[in-house]
Design a protein around this ligand. Structure first.
Ligand code: UDP
Length: 479
């Protein structure tokens, strides 16, 4: 057909619908939305997709979307809105969210897209979109389970200063009881922009919510979420499973073109036996005190296991790295300083376990790869995700049962080296006390992957989403 001879820009002009994708600032929110953009454009080339980011995130968004733009798929464009950078030396997230609201409101008024798909952490977006009569879909990178648990706590008006533990009432599955210190206190505050109350309300106001999860893994929590948290819910995940389509980009994923470290750690993994290496990585945000990094280094050494450790805060390396440590672990340890190709690492046959902070993206990547987890939650909703993995699903074990743990970094007790060493060696013991956890994780891999295959639950939710969205855009309905 003559269409084959059109250039990419011609194709864009022929598209019928224009949809804005609006990620939250953090990498762990932008990456899955970029993955989702790829899925959407592959399924429905008639929709022109435009990712709307802060100037600060332009480079990162470009690298996250490059895999589609360089391929036969239709390109995803990038548009920026004014917003100051966030971080310790710049503006706080609260200030940035406030500025983002103004910037995005102007942009949407000016461009009037046919629909928006925005991160749930911008709960006011539903109000802006409704004023402009633009259908609005929210995108959640959180587990349904954590959203439901937080919603229950919020409705119970848990006052963090008065209680030690709280029990969740009204959720399906086993009873959930948690120390108050393990809850993200900011999310329960009423005056916080992304309080659970605000998120819950905007979830019900929006046309629908897409959650990066799948029915086979979150089971009854999907049904409950659908009933109580959204007008329409679409469980389209794990979005990363679409990666085999883009093998060439898996190493660069999420990084900024610094892929050399990436390939060398994969080459090192090639030299190790199947399921013999523990991946140790704590996501894109959390940082440790030097004293904890020192204990962790000693614990990894004491475990006598093979390990691949991603050290994000490697700046003050000399302050905490034990004397002579690198030489002592040289034959069985590999350090990646900075950004690692986590998805490719988890998919490598040499990986046998994953010490994780329990961010939902990391959990899903490990689940899809069939890798059992040792949990070390640090902040946000990570302790709630740990509960799901350890006490409900059974594909993970806690790294440390004792000690004071908290979402507030300064309240956390140091995890001692002996605990770390012991936990790793017990967990890796063949046919040891954790063999049922390993089996459960291996069983879940095909469940998560098949959800994203043709005819799988996530793919049929994606088709349903596209058909609902097109009807909404045709009729200009927001509800
Ligand atoms: N990630 C990565 N390399 C790193 C650190 C993180 O590729 O060195 C990716 C990881 O694969 C995941 C995301 O960044 O997709 C982190 O998301 P998660 O939800 O686990 O945690 P957060 O960063 O929000 O704590």
């Amino acid at each position: 057909s003559p269409n084959n001879f059109l250039t990419n820009s011609d194709k864009v002009n022929l598209k019928k619908w224009r949809v804005f994708l609006i990620p939250y600032f953090a990498r762990s929110h932008l990456i899955p939305l970029a993955d989702f953009a790829g899925l959407l454009s592959a399924k429905h080339p008639d929709i022109e997709l435009i990712m709307v980011v802060t100037p600060d995130n332009t480079k990162f968004a470009t690298s996250s979307l490059d895999k589609f733009n360089g391929s036969a798929l239709h390109p995803v464009q990038i548009l920026t809105y004014p917003c100051p950078p966030t971080g310790p030396q710049t503006s706080s997230y609260d200030e940035a969210i406030h500025m983002a609201r103004q910037g995005l409101e102007q942009l949407l008024q000016q461009h009037k897209p046919d629909a928006v798909i925005a991160d749930v952490l911008f709960p006011w977006i539903t109000v802006i979109a409704a004023d402009l009569k633009i259908p609005c879909i929210l995108f959640s990178v959180f587990s349904n389970f954590s959203m439901l648990v937080l919603d229950c706590f919020q409705k119970m008006r848990v006052c963090p200063d008065l209680l030690d533990h709280v029990t969740v009432l009204g959720l399906p599955g086993p009873e959930i009881r948690m120390p108050v210190l393990e809850l993200p206190s900011f999310a329960l505050k009423e005056n916080c922009v992304f309080s659970i109350e605000n998120i819950h309300k905007s979830g019900l106001d929006a046309f629908g919510i897409v959650v990066n999860t799948c029915r086979g893994v979150e089971l009854e929590y999907c049904d409950e979420f659908e009933k109580t948290q959204a007008r329409r819910a679409y469980f389209v995940g794990p979005v990363t499973v679409s990666y085999p389509m883009y093998q060439h980009s898996i190493i660069e994923r999420g990084g900024e073109g610094d892929g050399e470290g990436g390939t060398s750690c994969l080459r090192w993994l090639d030299t190790k036996n199947e399921r013999s290496v523990v991946l140790v990585s704590f996501g894109s945000l959390c940082v440790f005190k030097s004293a904890q990094l020192h204990e962790l280094a000693m614990g990894l050494e004491g475990s006598r296991q093979n390990f691949l450790w991603v050290v994000r805060d490697a700046d003050q390396w000399d302050e905490w790295i034990p004397e002579g440590w690198e030489e002592r672990i040289a034959d069985r340890g590999f350090i990646v300083r900075g950004w690692a190709p986590q998805l490719a690492i988890l998919a490598h046959a040499a990986i046998g376990a994953f010490v994780t902070q329990c961010g939902w993206n990391s959990i899903q990547e490990a689940t899809a790869a069939g890798v059992p987890m040792l949990t070390w939650p640090l902040a946000y909703e990570q302790f709630i995700n740990e509960k799901l993995l350890v006490d409900v699903i059974g594909c993970a074990a806690r790294l440390w049962e004792g000690g004071k743990r908290s979402t507030i970094e300064t309240e956390n007790e140091l995890v001692p080296r002996s605990v770390i060493a012991h936990a790793l060696s017990r967990f890796m013991e063949p046919e040891g006390e954790f063999s049922s956890v390993h089996r459960k994780a291996q069983e879940l891999g095909p469940v998560a992957r098949s959800a994203m295959a043709d005819g799988g639950s996530s793919m049929s939710d994606l088709s349903r989403l596209i058909s609902d969205l097109i009807t909404a855009m045709e009729n200009k309905t927001c509800q």
